[in-house]
Write a protein that binds this ligand. Structure first.
Ligand code: TYD
Length: 141
């Protein structure tokens, strides 16, 4: 039996937070705070009200998703169970392992989703069809 990824493998990482009356500061060091080698970062912004982003899984890619500004929800789905994680703190990162279906939704005005990824962009790594995702997950159970 192959190991199956479940929504419980996704977890919230708390980054350091340097409180300062002049404005707070948070930092990330790859080896201390990110559970993989960083290959790429990208960010999603100017999301019109009601739009969704993501809505796929990755064969190999792992990622950490941060609400750098504003808030949004990340829907996680492992083919059996779902959970929604609300991100609204610039010092929290949601670790999303490979082969977990994820979608970002309910973006607040001016929110920024910052994504730290373990792989460069590779369209072949995407599973964009939910039925295909379910069939891959079922085969590995
Ligand atoms: P995509 O990841 O499909 O966005 P979403 O999952 O929100 O629908 O990315 C949208 C487009 O942007 C995709 O066609 C390819 C391009 N893209 C890159 O060229 N490089 C990247 O690092 C990312 C994330 C996307």
């Amino acid at each position: 039996m192959n190991s199956v990824m479940t929504i419980y493998a996704a977890n919230l990482i708390q980054f350091p937070k340097i409180l300062d009356p002049r404005g707070n500061l948070t930092f990330i060091e790859q080896e201390r705070h990110i559970p993989f080698e960083i290959a790429r970062v990208y960010w999603i912004y100017d999301v019109p009200g009601g739009e969704q982003r993501g809505g796929h899984a990755f064969h190999k890619q792992e990622e950490v998703i941060i609400a750098l500004s504003g808030s949004f929800d990340v829907l996680l789905d492992d083919g059996n169970a779902q959970k929604i994680v609300h991100l609204n703190r610039a010092y929290h990162g949601l670790f999303v392992p490979k082969m977990l279906w994820r979608r970002m939704q309910n973006f607040s005005t001016n929110s920024v989703a910052y994504v730290i990824a373990s792989c460069g962009y590779d369209e072949d790594d995407y599973v964009r069809d939910y039925k295909k995702y379910k069939s891959i997950v079922r085969k590995s159970e």
